[in-house]
Design a protein around this ligand. Structure first.
Ligand code: UD1
Ligand code: CA
Length: 455
């Protein structure tokens, strides 16, 4: 089957009014990726060789987004929404190029399983002209019903056009189908709009193909596969299903999740075996974690690379460009951005490291801040191997701390420190014996005088 060419036509012209959003519905994200991009991924996993997106509402925004997640896709605008068959025909030019298989999918059905698509394609390879993906929802209300006779699919009836007997059928149209490329345009062009909604229904091609003596079949997919998103409650439902699957995959791949239901993955999170993730951890996009790391509770991580045996959190924030090398440690209430923490270096408490390198084995004291920004530009801080930065130091970038450099706590470092040097960047302490007591007495008598004057 893999040699057969396949065009995936993804319908995404709908307005999605129930999202109550300025953004087109299919751009709302699941696991940080627009739902229509999940659909594209499934098409690619089912080995689609061409991609056509039918857009309408918010066309400019859609084109821009598609450029990012599917740069090779062609977009077609459906000017008026006259039904699903009409929508597929908006991509006529792409279909006419002559593919073996046409895979029609919906942009708002993000959990579609690639295996279900591949199964439908397999039916075409075996000679069917149309293979419809069916499913059995808990309640069939609102879905098109699959009407079968002797193992053949004879029709799909939309809810509004169903007889009472047909309404009792539990096997429903998931919406997606595979159509033989050499029949697709011919069948679609025959579709009329003589139905309750006055729309051109894609589903009508089932009866049309049957009338021509072509082979039409139904395959079955899971309920989730067909879950269409119409509002934000359903979006959250799909997110929950996606997360549950991803957590399970992670655990089966050797990752320990102590409280899996509290850990949130991104569509692209990579995480190695024997890593332990404690409760309440958020992974934004672009996170790569090797094996044997510990991610402690309440950490927020995005765009970060974490090497093996690193220790992160609790309450750590790793932002894009954080690059932790082996056995590095970033502890509680630390933020790391665009910085490399080299092997075995420690950034343990209440610290901001941004636009910096912390050399191997260096130790960054509590409350250290790399002052990387002057309100206009960002500057780099380079901290050498084995350096020690005392607590509550401000390192004003651009600045370099040499290998083995030693920074006295409370320093404001504005000039570079050579290898193995000790730097104090603070005023010398002055101690005046008895002066504390004297001051206290003076303040007390002044306060008493004020009180008397007020009485
Ligand atoms: C469709 C199916 C129904 C199935 C259900 C599954 C048809 C006629 N009906 O019904 O059998 O059970 O999906 O969810 O196909 N779209 C366009 N342009 C249009 C019309 C639709 O791009 O002119 C897009 C929509 O944005 C959406 C998809 O096609 O992504 C499905 O359209 P929708 O109107 O939601 O179809 P349903 O009535 O749900
Ligand atoms: Ca729908």
């Amino acid at each position: 089957m893999s040699q057969r060419s396949c065009l995936s036509v993804i319908l995404a012209a709908g307005e999605g009014t129930r999202m109550k959003s300025a953004m087109p519905k299919v751009l709302h994200a699941i696991a940080g990726l627009p739902m229509v991009a999940h659909v594209v991924k499934a098409a690619e996993a089912a080995r689609a060789t061409g991609l056509a997106l039918v857009i309408g509402h918010g066309a400019d925004e859609m084109r821009k987004a598609v450029q990012k997640f599917a740069p090779k896709a062609e977009t077609f605008v459906q000017e008026k929404r006259l039904g699903t068959a009409h929508a597929v025909l908006a991509a006529r030019e792409a279909i006419a190029k002559g593919y073996d298989d046409i895979l029609v999918m919906f942009g708002d059905t993000p959990l579609i399983d690639a295996a279900a698509l591949a199964a439908a394609r397999q039916k075409l390879a075996e000679g069917a002209a149309v293979a419809v993906i069916g499913f059995r929802p808990p309640s069939p209300t609102g879905y098109g019903r699959l009407i079968e006779k002797g193992g053949r699919l004879v029709a799909i009836r939309e809810e509004k056009d169903c007889s009472e007997a047909e309404k009792k059928i539990g096997f429903c149209n998931a919406g997606m189908m595979a159509v033989a490329g050499n029949q697709a345009l011919r069948l679609l062009d025959k579709v009329g709009n003589n139905n309750a909604k006055g729309e051109f229904y894609l589903t009508d091609i089932v009866e049309l193909a049957g009338a021509d003596g072509l082979d039409v079949v139904a395959t079955e997919a899971s309920f989730e596969s067909a879950l269409g998103i119409n509002n934000r409650a359903e979006l959250a439902e799909a997110e929950a299903i996606w997360q549950a699957r991803r957590r399970r995959d992670a655990m089966l791949a050797g990752v320990t999740l102590i409280a899996p239901e509290t850990v949130y993955f991104s569509h692209d999170t990579e995480i190695g075996a024997d890593t332990i993730v404690e409760p309440h951890v958020w992974f934004g996009p672009g996170v790569k974690i090797a094996s044997g790391a510990k991610i402690h509770a309440f950490s927020h991580i995005e765009g970060a690379t974490i090497a093996s045996n690193c220790d992160v959190g609790p309450f750590a924030r790793l932002r894009p460009g954080a690059d932790l090398r082996q056995k590095a440690k970033v502890g509680n209430f630390c933020e790391v951005k665009q910085a490399t923490i080299e092997e075995g270096a420690k950034v343990n408490h209440l610290t901001y490291i941004g636009d910096a390198r912390v050399g191997a084995g260096a130790n960054i004291g509590a409350g250290t801040i790399t002052c990387n920004y002057d309100g206009f530009s960002k500057f780099f801080t380079d901290i050498g191997e084995g350096a020690f930065v005392g607590s509550n130091s401000a390192l004003v970038a651009p600045v370099t701390i040499g290998k083995g450099g030693y920074i006295a706590s409370g320093s404001v470092i504005t000039e570079s420190v050579p290898d193995d040097a000790l730097a104090f960047g603070r005023a010398r302490q002055k101690t005046l014996p008895g002066k504390g007591k004297e001051l206290r007495e003076r303040f007390a008598s002044a306060t008493a005088a004020k009180k008397r004057a007020a009485e």
